[in-house]
Design a protein around this ligand. Sequence first.
Ligand code: F6R
Ligand code: MN
Length: 187
Amino acid sequence: MLNTEKLLSKFNPLTAEVSGAPTVKRHLHDLRGCFADAAAFEKAAAAGNPLLYQVAVVEPANGDGDLHYGVGRLMPGKIGDEYFMTKGHLHSWRAAAEFYFGLTGEGVMLLEDEATGESHMVPLEPNGVVYVPGDTAHRTMNTGKTPLTYIGVYPAKAGHDYGAIAKNNFRCLVLERGGKLAMIERK
Ligand code: F6R
Ligand code: MN
């Protein structure tokens, strides 16, 4: 049995901090290649390198059946018409699914079936839980005006594979069109 320290962790739903857990930070320059409007990206990147998101990662154990979770905080903002987003990834162990629990703010998740490219835009909001099936690339976007915070729970052995997304990006993008949220195919 794990000791009490590993059995209980406490997250702050506003700051997305977990005491004792390491935090990964991603800044604008880390997202080069993710946004469709390259000119808007370069303009923003020349002006600065703000923090776009951070994730506190809790890894109590690493056995076959164990679970990990991350608490994310994604800032509001846009590059061109596209909302601030996470890099997005597949799990290295493709079968690994994940639950995302919305905590604060307004956002969406873009889910893309690796084999078929079938895409869905699913709201990520307080009291909402998004199921990310296995074999599905996933990216989170903040569509609101305040920080979006959420928890993702995934198998300890899921791993992260950023390669396919870094190479081909997602098939679809999520942006604001005429004051409305839209998912459109990338040209
Ligand atoms: C873990 C998971 C989340 C993300 C986080 C940041 O499997 O999906 O904890 O890691 O939302 O997104 P990425 O990892 O795409 O930078
Ligand atoms: Mn994941």
